[in-house]
Design a protein around this ligand. Structure first.
Ligand SMILES: [Zn+2]
Ligand SMILES: [Zn+2]
Length: 430
């Protein structure tokens, strides 16, 4: 097979865009915005897409979503590749240790004020897709199909009183015309720089947010017998969660985490309610209904044992990110060409989530991990920190970091995957 000359052109244009991608990334990192508040980010993206002269730049989709439509002018099969980046940041302090670390505080966000940072690396995702837009617009006359550049807000979950995210973009009709024939996304991750990890099956698990409101009866702290203290009931719920795992097959990973406790008591007041906010993750989606039922039963009955009541609500369900065998097989030659064969490796599943699953499961396509940290790959296939490096730091940690020089690999991944799909070489076997 002779090499397709467009591939070399994609690489050349990516190298040309690399410095600009790093500048965008640093700008976004300094100016992070929480879920459903991505105004400045959306403006930057839309301005860039307009400058490229795309056929359409749709803005304000499901909040601050932006979709650029790039119609290639080469004759071809009419396929449509949707490339997706998430744009929102997290309520996490920025301790990444660079001179472009964020000092932003969002004072008005529900539940805030919060320090805001790109501790999940969505600044990289946004900048890489902006770069890919430049690259693909540069070969428009050789694109035999359409590229949708999808900049999605609220991946981390909007405030619970709001809607947002990938499903909200679907519901808003963002993918109705043209309908994608594949969706592609990636996530920066604590994996060796420039490595691409893939997994057949669930890359990420199924997720749901849980809110448990335990209600007692408020009373003076000196006379607990005259009221109902919700706190011991909460303690029983937290302890009981540790037993839920044993009610699901030990071969199916499950986590139930309560990450935030909200109460209205005071040192001398037994408050009326305690609210627990958490997340349930299941590697196997089929386990989710049983885990939800058991957690509900645990909370309601634990509360009853102390004379209190519990209300359990499940919000913002996200299906698992599932890569099918045929799509992975179709994409492997592209991934290997971009990253180098030895840097494309199979990874394990994680219980993270990504609502890109709403697109990949609807339209087909795939999702990969892009390594951005100072590490090598150990013999067991797990990353090992590089000596003298910045270590391995997971997403959502205030010290999470991503290597700038790796971003060009992400730009090339987007560009090559889209082009190969439109050209008909990245298609799952029937
Ligand atoms: Zn995240
Ligand atoms: Zn993320």
């Amino acid at each position: 097979m002779t090499a397709d000359p467009v591939h070399a052109e994609l690489d050349r244009l990516s190298e040309e865009a690399a410095a600009q991608v790093i500048a965008w990334r640093r700008h976004l990192h300094r100016n992070p915005e929480l879920s459903n508040r991505e105004e400045g980010t959306a403006r930057l993206v839309a301005e860039h897409l307009r400058q490229l002269g795309l056929d359409e730049v749709r803005t304000g989709i499901a909040g601050h979503g932006v979709v650029g439509v790039l119609r290639g002018t080469a004759a071809g099969g009419g396929r449509v590749a949707a490339l997706r980046a998430d744009t929102d940041a997290l309520p996490v302090k920025d301790l990444c240790g660079t001179d472009f670390a964020s000092r932003v505080v969002d004072a008005d966000y529900p539940g805030g004020p919060f320090p805001v940072s790109h501790a999940c690396g969505h600044d990289c995702h946004t900048a890489m897709l902006m770069g890919a837009a430049t690259v693909l617009a540069g070969v428009r006359d050789r694109l035999p199909g359409t590229v949708l550049l999808v900049f999605q807000p609220a991946e981390e979950g909007p405030p619970v009183t709001e809607t947002g995210g990938a499903l909200a973009m679907v519901d808003a009709g963002a993918f109705a015309d043209p309908v994608p024939t594949m969706a592609f996304g990636m996530h920066v991750t604590p994996y060796p720089k420039g490595y691409v990890g893939y997994r057949v099956g669930n890359q990420y698990g199924a997720s749901v947010l849980v809110r448990i409101t335990v209600t007692g009866r408020q009373v003076h702290g000196s006379t607990p017998w005259q009221g109902v203290d919700p706190m011991p009931a909460v303690g029983a719920v937290l302890t009981g969660i540790g037993q839920l795992y044993r009610q699901v097959s030990a071969f199916d990973p499950v986590t139930v985490t309560i990450g935030h406790v909200e109460d209205i008591g005071r040192f001398n007041i037994i408050g009326e309610t305690v609210t627990l906010w958490g997340t349930v993750r299941c590697a196997v989606e089929g386990d989710m209904p049983a885990v939800r039922d058991r957690l509900r039963r645990l909370a309601e009955h634990s509360a009853a044992a102390y004379g209190a009541t519990a209300e359990v609500e499940y919000l913002q369900p996200v299906p698992p990110v599932h890569n099918t065998g045929p799509w992975v097989a179709a994409a492997l030659p592209t991934l290997r060409r971009v990253a180098g064969g030895e840097r494309v490796t199979e990874t394990g599943a994680t219980l993270g989530y990504d609502d890109v699953s709403e697109l990949v499961s609807r339209f087909g396509g795939l999702y990969v991990m892009l390594g951005v940290q100072d590490a090598t790959l150990g013999e067991n296939g797990l990353p090992v920190p590089e000596e003298g490096g910045r270590g391995l730091v997971t997403n959502h940690n205030p010290r999470f970091y991503a290597d700038d020089d790796t971003l060009v690999t992400g730009v090339r991944l987007h560009a090559h995957v889209a082009y190969d799909h439109l050209a008909g070489t990245l298609l799952p076997a029937e």
